[in-house]
Each structure stands twice: as structure tokens, then as C-alpha cells.
Design a protein around this ligand. Sequence first.
Ligand code: URA
Length: 262
Amino acid sequence: MESFLAFWADAGVDLCFEDEPVDRLAEQLRPLRQAPAPPPAPEQPMRAAAPAGPDIASAIAEARQAAAQAMDLTALEAAIAAFEGCGLKREGARQAVFSRGAADAPVMIIGEAPGAEEDIQGEPFVGRAGKLLDRMIAAAGLQGRVFITNTVFWRPPGNRTPTPQEQMICAPFLERAIALVQPKLLLLSGGAAAKAVLQRQEGILSLRGRWIDWRSADESLSLPAMPTLHPAFLLRQPAAKKKAWADFLMLVERLDRPERPA
Ligand code: URA
């Protein structure tokens, strides 16, 4: 059920309607021929306040500090592996999964979160979806020109979508990766990555195929970012591949466009 809902969420479907409209007003006005209303439930004692969540602000601050101290990608990977502030690390992940690809790549591909295969191998996008992504990268002539990472660095249990809080806590590491690699363009793979990185609410079907400005939290960096469909979605919906392919072609066109003299 969860993966079925994730499938629709990937497609940007966040509301559902029945086939026929339901007249709720008529329902309320229906004569009271039903059984008498049950007696009112005894008043419930006030629920104890939900236990305070982890201190997200301090986890973000800690991540920001650790990330800022990393002067290269190797140090950043070690800082991520040593970081204790993201709850995902304690939810069954085997190891931190940071990145693969060229350290000076002009394109950074950002996915959602490591899955089962990534959790085993310690590299992003190495499962079925990753194989499809690699084929698209190769077909677009981007082999050796991409750096691949995710919005969070530990596999969420059961491959659930990472929460916005988990993504916010990991964001300073992702921003530091962008600052170190200095790509020209970002490709955001799937709705969860696009929403988190760009701080947008729309579904991926309305975000994809458009250039949207990404800015770092301190506004010191900005880059053109293109949301596209996630390869796991394409595996379930092969007919959507042509949309993703169009996005890749737009990306390559911009990447290889000769720079205008200033
Ligand atoms: N899906 C992602 O978003 N990232 C991975 O690394 C693997 C699958």
C-alpha cells in the first residue's frame, strides 16, 4: 500500500476524488430515520503532549559546522559518516551513502535517498533505478560529467520518503558538496528531491522540465536547477520516459551551449 501511494505521490497526485460527486449537504439533511445517535463518548483525558522531536535546529547547526570544516569531498564524506544528528542513521541503515561520479563534474544529480542496494554497496543509484539512470546519462553523452548524490545519506527504513526534517538536517552537507564540486547545473531526480532542494510544494509533474533557480541557505551560491522524473518512477511508468528524456536533452543543450562573451 505504501509503495502504491508513493507511486502516485511521485506522479504529483496529492488529492483524490471519487468517480461521482458526493452531495454532503444532502447527506446532512437526510431525515433522521437512522438509529438514534449513540450517547456522547465520555470526555477523553487530554493527551499528553507528543514527545519533543529531536532538536532539528541544533542538528542543522551541527551539520552546518561539520560541513563547513570539510575542505574536500573525502573530508565531507567522513564528516557525514561521523554525523549523529540525522535520525535515519539509527533506523537500520548499514552505512552512510554519499556520492559517486566526477569530483569536478559540471552536472550534479541529486536523488531522494539511498535504497536497499545503495545501503549495501555504499554508493548512490546502484540499484535498478540507478542502472536506468546510468543508461540515460550515457545516452545523453554525460558519462564522466556527473556527480551523483541524494538529499539524505542514510537509507530510510522500508524505502519510505525521507521527511522534510531529515532532508533539512542533511542539507548543509548537500550544500557543501555543491560548493566543493562547483557544478554548472543541478538535475533534481524526483519530487522529493525537487521539493526539498528548491523548497517548492508543487508536484514533480508541474516542476519537471523547467529551469528553477537554486540558492544556498546563505544565498552565497546560486545555480540553475532542473527537476525531472525519478528513474524508479520511469521503471513503473515507461511511457513517462520521453518526458524525462526531453529534460535530459534540455540539460545537455544548456550545458553545451557556448558561453556568450561578456
Ligand atoms: N533512489 C534515489 O533517489 N537515490 C538512490 O541513491 C537510489 C535510488
